[in-house]
Design a protein around this ligand. Structure first.
Ligand code: KG4
Ligand code: ZN
Length: 329
């Protein structure tokens, strides 16, 4: 049994977790920065990086103390090495390097997307490879065939905005706070998803990709028209995104014989999204797995877990591991 400490700092959440290779989360912390960024209506990279400097080391102390584990008992230190806001990535990666150096432990440089991709396996011991993954977060929207640790085949990506980014932009247009996803989901509960006609970009297209920019522009026009209830716009927008997800994922399932459909990333915290994809899996005769909401949005348990999977496969990194703003899986 290996004990892995994980650090996450690629966006606006400072997070630390200690997990075991047999799927126990001994302790974890996630500290968001929503208040710091709220006046600017989005994440300010410079503010985020400075906040990680202030918060992250203290979270390491708290997590080790809560678990009653000394740094020397940890088997490896994992940290997000990208992709993400480079200042924050550098803070987390360098903190992990310092810990690895001090305790003479191996470093595991984790791709944040791999953290999301493998996160379902932390809570679902029956989820084997391969599986088809819809990864929908603030920075990405991809369909991936996950064949093994470090073995990913990308079937589709977005040609413009990420899905979470679309939620955030639509929320801003509706005067809702950042992050927009949870705010839209809450408002959509009182709305009629058929009230506002909105486009479903690329639905039915033979090409595999996603597109959300046109949807944002349509929301902008619907808001400007001033004739629709905000709740109806929110519900109609959410349904349009879901229809895109379902259509594009159905297309990917047609070219993948992976037995299980998995949804992960921040947008997978949305219960309407989860329900729709579960329905698709059922329709297509595939299994379905989705992590609990707290494991969908950014956290360090998924980074520690990806670190545990890589460590078990002998994939460790040197102290010269680079921080990467861009890093496709
Ligand atoms: O995975 P994540 O926490 O960070 C990134 O790696 O980007 O994803 C954050 C994104 C944000 O755009 C946020 O609005 C969206 O996930 N999100 C949601 C929900 N919760 C978070 N989108 C829709 N519904 C939600 N309940
Ligand atoms: Zn993420």
């Amino acid at each position: 049994m290996a004990l892995i400490l994980g650090l996450e700092s690629s966006c606006d959440d400072s997070a630390v977790a200690l997990v075991t290779s047999d799927r126990r989360i001994l302790a974890q912390r996630v500290v968001g920065q929503n208040q710091a960024h709220a006046p600017f209506g989005g994440v300010v990279p410079e503010i985020a990086a400075r906040a990680h400097v202030e918060v992250l080391p203290g979270l390491v102390r708290e997590v080790l103390d809560e678990a009653g584990v000394a740094l020397g008992e940890v088997d490896a230190i994992a940290a997000t090495a990208g992709p993400g806001l480079i200042g924050g990535v550098m803070v987390g990666l360098l903190t992990a390097k310092g810990l690895a150096l001090a305790a003479n432990k191996p470093l595991v440089a984790v791709n944040h997307l791999e953290g999301h991709a493998l996160s379902p396996r932390l809570v679902d011991p029956d989820l084997g490879f391969p599986f088809l993954l819809l990864l929908a977060s603030g920075g990405h929207c991809q369909l991936l065939e996950v064949r093994g640790v470090g073995d990913y085949r990308r079937l589709a990506t977005t040609i413009d905005d990420a899905a979470g980014e679309a939620f955030d932009k639509a929320a801003k247009l509706l005067g809702l706070p950042y992050p927009g996803g949870p705010a839209i989901e809450a408002l959509a509960r009182d709305g009629d998803a058929k009230a506002v006609p909105l486009p479903r970009p690329l639905v039915g297209s033979p090409e595999p990709h996603f597109s959300f920019a046109g949807l944002k522009s349509a929301v902008q026009r619907a808001v400007a028209a001033g004739t629709h209830r905000p709740a109806d716009i929110a519900a109609s927008f959410q349904q349009a995104v879901i229809d895109c997800f379902v259509d594009r994922t159905r297309r990917a399932l047609a070219v993948s014989d992976a037995p299980t459909l998995v949804v992960a990333g921040g947008v997978a915290a949305n219960s309407a999204v989860r329900a729709a994809l579960q329905g698709l899996a059922q329709e297509q005769g595939r299994g379905f797995s989705v992590p609990p909401g707290w494991l969908c949005t950014d956290n360090a348990a998924m980074i520690a877990w990806a670190g545990a999977e890589r460590f078990a496969a002998g994939l460790v990194d040197g102290l010269d591991a680079p921080a990467r703003a861009r890093w496709p899986l």
